[in-house]
Design a protein around this ligand. Structure first.
Ligand code: NAI
Length: 400
């Protein structure tokens, strides 16, 4: 029987722990403050977490075998699932590294961008003996109802893209079969040819910073009486921003193909293609990106992250839509573009605005050289500062 270590303690980690614990031996680890202790207490009080599947009578009640903050627990696990926001991936990789055994597979959901750069940096020589599966997103949309006790699975993806780097001695297929066995029938894992496809195809980097910028770039600073809708509130100008970022990413793909026509980026979708592939059944009008987003029933009622202030609501720019998706998404793509000499006008505009909201400096004088670059997934943060180094990391043909 598979022995799984689930990393994190938020919506995703608790739901995955509950779903998997009904079938496998699950250890859950949270390194965040006293979260492991609080979670253990809550789930035991409830006699197991209950996950309800929206729109069905299905419910799963279960609890992990162990909830801990001790990273040595990884010694006994053959699969490690990262279901914590990508801003904290490095913390978990670093904590687990001293104890991890050869052959262990790290499945990172979602990987966001540049996960392989980080994995190699932290695992060093051990990296080749370990497996990495970088997933494009989380298989489930899920939210707590009562923290540690009940949650709702709003939907399960039919399919999900993943790029696999197997441990020495194993094949990609070995890893995919093992992970598919864990997930069950849905979602079906679609193999992507390389981690760069997952990194550039990361939809979070387009949607979250793009919609936030579109909504708030001209905000007058006054509190709002109500929280505005995030997806259903997208107007045509905001949809143009998303298409602009997506177009910049397409240009980066062309830049990489220009170096090596055989480098396979066919799985990197435009944002419109991604929406239609992910939500075709819940979108009422797919004639434009704006309509596809504003008529997607899966996003009903989801609002911009807001804080109460001055008798109303103001945007929370430190929510993960910027604090996660800018450093581990847009910064990666902008960094790759720079190494390739590709211009990214919309990404630059959004990145400059967002870094100011985050009180960070990533892009400085037109280059990824700001003082906070080390906190990002830009290749520059890993010492990859020219096209030759990038080609060597990607194992693609370098220019003569
Ligand atoms: P979440 O916002 O519930 O995660 C919060 C968790 O992050 C905390 O419980 C804690 O374990 C950790 N954390 C927060 N602050 C920390 C700190 N300062 N230091 C260390 N750890 C800290 O996120 P959620 O919903 O569980 O999502 C996890 C990932 O999955 C995110 O990348 C999200 O974008 C992605 N995702 C989530 C979906 C969902 O439906 N929940 C759907 C698609 C993607």
């Amino acid at each position: 029987m598979a022995s799984v270590l689930v990393c994190g303690g938020g919506n995703a980690a608790q739901v995955v722990s509950c779903l998997f614990a009904s079938r496998y031996k699950v250890t859950s680890i949270s390194l965040y403050a006293d979260e492991a202790e609080r979670w253990d207490k809550a789930v035991k009080e409830a006699k197991g977490m209950t996950c309800n599947f929206q729109g069905t009578n299905k419910a799963v009640n279960s609890m992990p075998d162990l909830i801990t903050k001790d990273p040595s627990a990884v010694k006994n696990c053959d699969v490690v699932l990262f279901t914590v926001p990508s801003s904290f991936h490095e913390q978990y990789f670093r904590a687990l590294e001293p104890f991890v055994q050869k052959g262990t597979i790290f499945a990172v959901m979602p990987a966001r961008s540049g996960c392989d750069f980080l994995f190699k940096k932290v695992m060093g020589e051990k990296a080749d003996t370990l497996g990495l599966a970088a997933f494009e997103t989380l298989p489930w949309a899920c939210r707590f109802n009562d923290w540690g006790k009940t949650a709702t699975v709003l939907g399960t993806k039919e399919s999900i893209g993943a790029a696999v780097v197997p441990p020495v001695g194993k094949t990609k297929l070995d890893v995919i079969l093992k992970l598919q066995g864990l997930l069950g029938v849905e979602p079906k894992i679609i193999e992507c040819p390389n981690v760069m496809s997952i990194s550039l195809g990361n939809p979070g980097q387009v949607i979250h910073p793009g919609v936030t910028f579109g909504k708030w770039q001209n905000w007058d600073g006054k509190p709002l009486a109500q929280k505005p809708l995030f997806y259903h509130g997208v107007d045509t100008q905001t949809a143009d921003v998303l298409e602009g970022i997506s177009g910049d990413i397409t240009a980066i793909c062309k830049g990489l193909k220009g170096l090596d026509p055989n480098f396979d980026l066919s799985e990197v979708k435009t944002i419109m293609e991604w929406y239609m592939a992910s939500y075709s059944t819940s979108i009422a009008d797919g004639s434009t990106l704006q309509k596809a987003m504003s008529t997607n029933s899966a996003y009903e009622g989801l609002c911009h992250p807001m804080k109460e202030s001055g008798g109303g609501y103001v945007p929370d720019f430190h929510f993960r839509y910027l604090s996660e998706d800018v450093p581990t998404g847009l910064c990666f793509s902008r960094g790759v573009a720079e190494l390739l000499g590709v211009k990214t006008p919309t990404i630059d505009k959004v990145l400059l605005w967002a870094q100011e909201k985050l009180s960070k400096e990533f892009l400085k004088d037109g280059k990824m050289q700001g003082k906070d670059i080390k906190d990002t997934r830009a290749p520059q943060a890993f010492g990859v500062t020219n096209k030759k180094d990038l080609c060597s990391f990607l194992r693609i043909k370098s220019e003569p």
